[in-house]
Design a binder for this molecule. Structure first.
Ligand code: BGC
Length: 497
């Protein structure tokens, strides 16, 4: 009903859940807590009926240490699975590689008593890295992909892809050999399952991300990580230059590729792609309490981050929908769900969807859920839930639905070219989106004060303009389009010929 046309499911495979499912112990099944393969087939069928595609996470870099492959591998150096993982007699190999889970892991090597060697892991020690130099691993992953795509899945979000291959004296990230493997994987999917998609998760700078699109023959889509924290920076500073700067430093991508943009997801709001100084500032501003921080990020949801201020929630979403790329919404953010910073790790932003004011927020009839539903005063399920949102025509849910519908109605916003237009006001972002038949000027005031902005667009002076949210015509015929914007106000101006 919201208008979503693709679901991305985080890992639903059997797993000991040491990393919430990103530690897979069987790639060919569904975790019994979630249901069965038949349930999953039914989900795909029902989604298709509603024109909704489904992609799932495919964790390629590592498995769970409880996966039978690893259990087999650790048994002996002669085990046929030994070479499926990365081993060393010492822990002083690959010392130039950074640690990602800084809060918990002192090293990327862990000694395994049974194996009598160290194994390599870029994430938790319960997630040994696979050895992608081994052709058997490559073949196995093609079989895994075949299994799910045969069921009618539309593609994968390929998890943690920069780290597939290791080479001494490198950072072990974004290596050319890793790109070769990914390209080969894409070619296989194109050939056997045309029309399916690979979305790459590489938390990198735009220039390091660019190679993941290659010549349009590696990933069709990649997350644009660096723009995300800058949107939060901009709204706090009341100044937009950081957003413009990172987008202007983003290289063009092939015509058959697209960015995925997002404000929040299931992980911490990552601050990997900002400077040390910016990170400290973001922590001070958005994570004043220690327990709100995790690794290099902030483990909070969108509504609490934005003071549950409807104006800021709308502003950032409109900007997200005005930037190039396909926006991804995190479940629950469309009703303004909160977080629970008392839960471990990132679980605080992974609480049950709040459907209604009922036990477990209507998410489950089980006596107890994996994580408790949020029940505090501001964000608790008694108040913040889908049922209430649907009963209130002014709710964030209806607003989000409208936003999605408008983007679908106006191809300039989804497929159009984009350029930043100069305003004379550092608080106001102006993005011009253009496709063959239409032009839209998106204006957004990031400041908590009313602002006047003049936008130099002489070629559109004579055009009639209509603001799409209010449907109010905009009378301005000036060469320097002059607009008054209330605090956090945004506009989408459609230029009529
Ligand atoms: C996922 C995380 C996960 C990690 C290791 C990612 O980047 O988004 O949730 O912990 O990969 O699999």
């Amino acid at each position: 009903e919201l208008g979503v046309d693709c679901l991305w499911l985080s890992p639903m495979y059997p797993s000991p859940l040491r990393d919430d499912g990103y530690d897979i112990s069987d790639y060919y099944n569904i975790h019994p807590d979630y249901g069965t393969l038949d349930d999953f087939k039914k989900l795909i069928a029902e989604a298709k009926k509603r024109d909704i595609r489904i992609i799932t996470d495919l964790v390629m870099n590592h498995t769970s240490d409880l996966h039978p492959w690893f259990q087999e591998a650790r048994k002996s150096k002669d085990s046929p699975k030994r070479d499926w993982y990365v081993w060393s007699d010492t822990d002083d190999l690959y010392t130039e590689t950074r640690i990602i889970f800084l809060d918990t892991e002192p090293s990327n090597w862990t000694y395994d008593e049974v194996a009598g060697q160290y194994f390599w892991h870029r994430f938790y020690r319960t997630q040994p890295d696979l050895n992608w130099d081994n052709p058997e691993v490559i073949e196995e992953f093609k079989n895994i992909a075949r299994f799910w795509l045969d069921l009618g899945l539309d593609g994968f979000r390929a998890d943690a892809v920069p780290y597939l291959i290791e080479r001494d004296h490198t950072s072990n990230e974004n290596l050319p050999e890793t790109h070769e493997i990914l390209k080969d994987f894409r070619a296989f999917m194109d050939e056997e399952f045309p029309g399916t998609i690979l979305l790459g998760e590489a938390n990198m700078w735009p220039w390091d991300l660019r190679p993941y699109f290659a010549d349009g023959d590696e990933f069709q889509m990649c997350f644009h990580f660096p723009v995300m924290p800058r949107l939060f920076m901009a709204v706090k500073k009341g100044e937009v230059s950081d957003v413009i700067d990172i987008m202007e430093r983003t290289p063009d991508i092939p015509a058959n590729c697209q960015w995925c943009t997002f404000l929040r997801n299931h992980d911490e709001l990552t601050l990997e792609m900002v400077t040390e100084e910016e990170r400290q500032w973001m922590w001070e501003q958005y994570a004043p309490e220690d327990r709100m921080r995790l690794n290099l990020g902030i483990r909070r949801r969108m509504a609490p981050l934005l003071d549950n201020d409807r104006r800021k929630l709308e502003l950032l979403n409109v900007v997200l929908f005005s930037l190039p790329g396909s926006p991804i919404l995190y479940y629950g953010d469309e009703i303004g769900m909160g977080d629970n910073i008392w839960l471990f790790d990132r679980n605080g932003v992974r609480t049950p969807m709040q459907w209604k004011n009922a036990p477990n927020a209507g998410f489950s009839e089980a006596e107890e859920t994996y994580a408790p539903a949020i029940d505090d005063d501001a964000f608790g399920y008694a108040r913040v839930n889908v049922e209430n949102a649907l009963a209130d025509e002014h709710s964030l849910w209806y607003w989000t639905k409208h936003l999605i519908a408008m983007r679908k109605e106006h191809p300039a916003l989804s497929r159009g070219s984009y350029e930043f237009v100069q305003t004379d006001n550092p608080a106001v972002l102006a993005i011009l989106r253009k496709c063959e038949n239409e032009t839209i000027l998106a204006l957004a005031n990031f400041s908590n004060k009313a602002q006047v902005a003049r936008v130099a667009l002489p070629e559109y002076a004579a055009h009639e303009k209509v603001e799409l949210f209010s449907q109010i015509p905009h009378g301005c015929k000036d060469e320097t389009h002059r607009t008054l914007l209330e605090p956090y106000e945004y506009q989408w101006l459609l230029m009529r010929d």
